[in-house]
Write a protein that binds this ligand. Sequence first.
Ligand SMILES: NC(=O)c1ccc[n+]([C@@H]2O[C@H](COP(=O)([O-])OP(=O)(O)OC[C@H]3O[C@@H](n4cnc5c(N)ncnc54)[C@H](O)[C@@H]3O)[C@@H](O)[C@H]2O)c1
Length: 271
Amino acid sequence: MRFTDKIVLVTGGGQGLGRAAALRFASEGADIAIADTRLDVAHATARDITGMGRRALVISADVSDEGECKRMVEKTMAHFKRLDVTFTNAGIIGTGGIVANMPTENWDQVIAVNLRGTFLTCKYSIPALIASEGMSIVTMASSMAGWDTSLTGAAYMASKEGVSGLTRSLALQLAPYGIRVNAVCPGVIKTRLSFRPDQTEEEWETHYERFSQRIPLRRVGVPEDVAAAVAFLASDEARHITGSMLLIDGGQTLQSWSNAPDDDAYPVNIR
Ligand SMILES: NC(=O)c1ccc[n+]([C@@H]2O[C@H](COP(=O)([O-])OP(=O)(O)OC[C@H]3O[C@@H](n4cnc5c(N)ncnc54)[C@H](O)[C@@H]3O)[C@@H](O)[C@H]2O)c1
C-alpha cells in the first residue's frame, strides 16, 4: 500500500501498459485519473478501479495537443485537489518504414504523440506536482531507447531516445523539489501496440509465441511486469533513484550477433 490516498495521473490508461499500471496503483491505495483518446477502454479501466474501492476519473485527452494536456491536468486538480504521480505512458508505434520512403506525416505523428506528448504531459503536471509536494514522474521509454535497434522503426526509436533525454534533464530540474523522474524501458510486452488490422488473432498469438523462444527468460513480458516496475520507481522505496532508465526485457537485449541463436530456439544446454 505504497500509494494510500495518493493521486496518480496515467496517460493512455485505457489499455495495455497504462491500464495495468493504473490497476497496480489503485491496488496499492491510489485514486487514478485516466487520460486517453479512447473513452470506451478508459471507462472500462475506471470501472475496474471503482470496483476495487478507489476513485477514478476519466479524461478525454490527446497528449499531442497542448490545450488538451493543459485541461487534463486542470481536470485532475479540480477533481482530486492534488497530484502525486504522473505516468506519461501514452504512445504509438506508427506505421514505420524506410526513412527514404517515409511520408513525413508518419514521422511527425510518432514524434507528436510519443515525444511532444511526454513533454506536454510533464510541462503541465510539474506545477501541480510541486504544489502538491508530490512524489514522482515515470516516463515511458523503450528498449529501443539505447539498447535495441529497429530497422523500420526510426521515428519510434527517435521518439523514445528523445524521452530518455527529456527524462534525465527533468530529473535534474525537479530534484530540488524532491520530485524524482525515471523512465521504464520495456522490451516486447504483449499488448495491442503492434497489432495490425490485417492480422488475425491467431497470427498475433503465434507471433508472440515464436518471439518468446528468442528471449533468454523464455517468455514475452506481460503488462503487469512493467506495472510492477512503474510502481516501484514512483514509490518512496525508490527515493534515491532519479534520472534512471530501467530496462524490463527478459534479457531480450543481452543477445548480440556473437551469441544470437541460429534459429528461434535460444540454445541453453548447461549440464
Ligand atoms: N508493448 C510493448 O511491447 C512496449 C514496449 C516498449 C514501450 N512501450 C510503450 O508503452 C506505451 C503503452 O503502449 P501499449 O503497449 O500499452 O500500447 P496500447 O496500444 O495497448 O495502449 C496505448 C494506449 O494509449 C492510448 N493513446 C494512444 N495515443 C494516445 C494519445 N495521443 N493521447 C492519449 N492516449 C493515447 C491508446 O488509446 C491506448 O489506450 C507506449 O508509449 C509504448 O511505446 C510498449
